[in-house]
Design a protein around this ligand. Structure first.
Ligand code: NAD
Length: 483
């Protein structure tokens, strides 16, 4: 399946280029550990060239009408859809995400470009009756060069979708791809080269240090949009603060509660407990509902029913449309997940199902982990506190609503939460009491375009996928016209 190796390039100044340092990052298929391709390992010098190219292209872009910008975003969306099958094949092999669900990533990426194109006229200012004689108005203007740094779990979707708001707002963009699964970033580079003015979008590959860090610290980059882990988010805040006064938005991790009350529709709740874990990406989603907080009266039944569903999930080749779960993304990620298996065992959680490499020849190589469920999990255990970013879900028991709320809010994260109850009053109380940027009532997992997605507490800063994201890529200028 991996006979043709993919050799990617960076997009800098409208050209697909190799890195100035001559080094490469190899990418392997996490399902087989076979080499898949490579991309240039960018250098600090490559980043500086990318920022210079972006800075040179940005004034012309900002000088275009919003309608011209919107037309080019739609053109890029069309090009992404047209190359969709090719992108998906490469992305499934590079990430291990199953192709059946990955199809949505291409549509979502194109959809965000179209959504933000449709918000063109929303970057409007205001007039303020601040004096009797004057005209007092606000303008929304771009920041200039924006950095967008993306993680490995949906590399194409994040890189493409995250162009939309900054470009619509009149900025130029430098995207930094993840160090594992970077290949599709090169395809995005080719599409941007075809559809957009040279230098407007630049795509650099490479390690966090030096590539991401140089980008964050560059004096011409004053707006940084980051999606990734909490430790990297904190490093970016520090680097940004050391290099200028910069606006940083952060989409970080989660340890998201799935709270089931005794009156819930248990059939639906069991379905959504599995769907909310995003096993199609081996649980590697920031929004995965990885903590089942179950009322004591339904706890045993719920755990057994979820376990039965996990045992029935079909693991297999990510390119097979029948596969429901692939491997985790990389050796590093596999070691991380197995580290949680070890800590859960050492701390006395009950392993209900999973916790090992699946049996069989097909899974001998590659970064496979069975879907895993722990019961009798204490909130103090590592598996209950830290984001695994893998196919591990744990069940905790509660007996009163206050206890459920304390468990739900008892981590440093606050990204998503799901509440399951048929009682409207319970739902109304819980939607307010839970500390999270997104709360699903009798649902889980899905993002809804136009509504803000963003974390509370250590899960992040700033809402995305909505008008707020677009406006955050503008800065406001007050103008006073006096007779
Ligand atoms: P990561 O933080 O390790 O890396 C993310 C990106 O940051 C990569 O491109 C990496 O090269 C870069 N980077 C690393 N060090 C850097 C530095 N010092 N300066 C600048 N850039 C640097 O995250 P990951 O392992 O790729 O992704 C998993 C994490 O992403 C999980 O915590 C997950 O929850 C989070 N995530 C959040 C969302 C969200 O919307 N909230 C979405 C997807 C993933």
């Amino acid at each position: 399946m991996d006979s043709t190796k993919f050799e990617g390039r960076m997009l800098i100044g409208g050209e697909m280029v190799a890195g100035s340092g001559g080094a490469w990052i190899d990418s392997e298929n996490p399902a087989t550990e076979q080499p898949l391709g490579r991309v240039p390992a960018g250098t600090a010098e490559d980043v500086r060239r990318a920022v210079d190219a972006a800075a040179a292209a940005q004034p012309d872009w900002a000088g275009k009408s919003v309608w011209e910008r919107a037309a080019l975003l739609r053109r890029l969306a069309g090009a992404i859809r047209a190359r969709g099958p090719e992108i998906l094949q490469l992305e499934a092999r590079d990430t291990g995400n199953t192709i059946a669900k990955l199809t949505a990533d291409v549509q979502i990426a194109a959809g965000y470009l179209e959504y933000f194109a449709g918000l063109a006229s929303e970057m409007k200012g205001e007039t303020v009756p601040a004096s009797a004689q004057g005209l007092h108005l606000t303008l929304r203007e771009p920041w200039g060069v924006v950095a967008r740094i993306v993680p490995f779990n949906h590399p194409f979707m994040f890189a493409a979708a995250h162009l939309a708001a900054p470009l619509m707002a009149g900025n130029a963009v430098v995207v930094k791809t993840p160090e594992t699964s970077p290949l599709s970033g090169s395809l995005l580079g080719e599409l941007c080269r075809e559809c957009l003015p040279a230098g407007l979008v630049n795509i650099v590959h490479g390690l966090g240090l030096p590539v991401g860090d140089t980008l964050v610290r560059h004096p011409r980059v004053r707006r940084i949009g980051f999606t990734g882990s909490v430790p990297t988010g904190l490093a970016i805040q520090r680097a940004a603060a050391e290099s200028g006064v910069k606006h940083v938005s952060l989409e970080l991790g989660g340890k998201n509660p799935f709270i089931v009350f005794p009156d819930a529709d248990l059939d639906k709740a069991v379905d959504m407990a599995v769907a909310g874990m995003n096993f199609s990406w081996a649980g590697q989603s920031c929004g995965s509902t990885s903590r089942l907080l179950l009322h004591e009266s339904i706890h045993e039944e719920f755990v057994e029913r979820v376990a039965a569903r996990l045992r029935a999930l079909r693991l297999g080749d990510p390119l097979d449309p029948a596969s429901e779960m692939g491997p985790v993304n990389s050796r590093r990620q596999h070691e991380r997940v197995m580290g949680f298996v070890e800590s859960a065992r050492a701390e006395g959680a009950r392993l209900v199902t999973g916790g090992r490499r699946p049996p069989g020849e097909a899974f001998r190589r590659g970064y496979w982990v069975e879907p895993t469920l722990y019961d009798r999990v204490d909130p103090s255990m590592r598996v209950a506190r830290e984001e695994v970013f893998g196919p591990i879900v744990c069940a905790l028991r509660w007996s009163s609503e206050d206890e459920a709320v304390a468990l739900a809010n008892g981590t440093e994260y606050g990204l998503t939460a799901a509440v399951w109850t048929r009682d409207l009053s319970t739902a109304m109380r819980m939607m307010r009491r839970v500390e999270a940027g997104t709360v699903w009532i009798n649902f889980a997992g899905q993002h809804f375009v136009g509504t803000p997605f963003g974390g509370w507490k250590d899960s992040g800063l700033g809402g995305e996928e909505c008008l707020e994201e677009l406006l955050s890529y503008t800065q406001v200028k007050a103008v006073h016209v006096l007779p």
